[in-house]
Design a protein around this ligand. Sequence first.
Ligand SMILES: [Zn+2]
Length: 316
Amino acid sequence: MADDGPGRGKVLVVGGTHGNEVNAPWLLETGLREASGGLELALVIGNPEARAAGRRYLDRDLNRCFDPERLADPGAREWEMLRARQLLELHGPEARDPALVVLDLHSTTAAMGNSLVVYGRRPADLALAAALQQRLGLPIYLHEGDPRQSGYLVERWPCGLVIEVGPVPQGVLNATIVNQTRLVLEVALEVLATARQVDPSLPRTLVVHRHLGSLDLPRQADGAAAAMLHPRRLGRDWQPMQPGDPLFLAPDGETIGYAPPSALAQQTVWPVFINEAAYGEKGIALSLTRREEWRLDPAWGAALQAQARQLRLVSG
Ligand SMILES: [Zn+2]
């Protein structure tokens, strides 16, 4: 059923949540039509101070600052915690002029191409990701249940996902990356605008790469790296890896095979974020996923539509 009601919220589009990811901010400042898809947008640079400094963040990764407990802790006063609270105050779902859907634009240095990152299993997020997978063939990295990594920005809005584009080095502006970011963003806005009017057209199945955990490089007792990622694993994001496959290369030329953590014994895994520059400091050399094919639940499309119907069109 068509619904041309006024709507009550906007779509928040964030670029530069990480200050050294420069392509999405360029797009937001130079190339995006305000009225993309007819929906009212708020275009926001996530971490302008870190961007000015050319760094991922100043005190703390902004995309790990949205944990409700930490947000509520008055003692948490790092710059990025203040910025996280400010973003919620200005554009959060409870703001005076709320955003109800968020698209958070990132780039990666890993050879993953373009992908979507979904946090948890909220039905509207899964429907939006499924529609984008159908339209653009993008892989979906489903992130959930990792106590080492939490507090992601999109989790604080009722619906949202990360658009991850690459590979591109940190701090480097690249027209291809800008154009790919624009394409995914515009299709996402089109899907939302359509879902506002009619039942969203969704595929029957969805392929997700579900996060299982992450691996660090082998370390010496003093913490220094004892091996590098193996050249036969570099650049092979999204490609299956079996126990024993070459994973690390020691300085003496010895190949170290993939030894699965005990919980994953003998399973095939699909690595992502292989050698991602930003994750070295987090002790992550690669993350492991499992490829799964899910049947779409009809309730997901309904959930997306319910969110989309609350979105406001640009007037005039
Ligand atoms: Zn990022």
